[in-house]
Design a binder for this molecule. Sequence first.
Ligand SMILES: [Zn+2]
Length: 315
Amino acid sequence: MHSRVSPLLALLVPLAAAVIAGTLFSAVAAGEVPEQSAGTAHLSAGAVSEAPPASPEAAQPSLPAPWALPNSRPELLERYQAWAQLHPEQGVEQVVLQVNMGLDRPFYSGTQVLEDPDALTVLVNKYHLLPDGYVPQLEPLGKDYGHGSLRPQAARAFRAMADQAREDGVQLSSVSAYRSYEYQAQLYAQYLQWDPQEVVDTFSARPGSSEHQTGLALDINTASLSSHFEDTPAYAWLEEHCAQFGFLLRYPEDKQHITGYRFEPWHYRYVGVSAAQACTQLDLTYEEYLARLSPSQIAALEEEALAGEEAAAAP
Ligand SMILES: [Zn+2]
């Protein structure tokens, strides 16, 4: 195998840090950040101008200043401008992030159907829906690993994770993995009989927008708030180890304004090791992380997930 070792993470972490630092720097200029962080912000902000463009595409010459950031998307220019007008208190970096995440619009408005639903790094949420009738390739997890099926890559990764956990004295078992569009539609309709839609939307995905339909997400050990999974040794183990197996806690606490979902300590998504580790190290949701990357970096992330997959599948 030729060398595909250069970890994208090494490239992405400084970029994300630079973007964050850029935001911090504007905040410092506006006097919003305590004195002691200013030095760090200055140092990192300096790195923004010194960093070479990640790729020719990342330069995006079609975008006028000040919108030509490495992570800005030319097709969103009008939305950047509209959001900036509504929020003059926000810096350019913040505006670009907000719009890249889709958060300039209410959840479930301006939704897009995904062109590449089979990507291991695919983002499925209240703005990005799976195509009608989408069914991934699936493989049963196996009787020692709980209920259901996942895509082969995610199934292998989950079994490896559960095996390691077991060695550490922790039991991880799937209670819900792949769910079809039809099953999700039934679930969602059932919840609507008990709660108003704005409440249901905080804990159940509308059909077509569920990560469970990708075959890359699963609920571990429970799916109920009252069981307080976040207080268990299994949760603590996952917090420490899930990223090294390519899994990500997808709906963390206090991120409902970004993900649209309340805290789900049991819901994990396979995204590949690089993305999972980057999100964990930077303390970012998947939405926040992808919004910081250029389109070519997102493509590279997918390649890296596939390469990691090849390496894992090799005898
Ligand atoms: Zn779930």
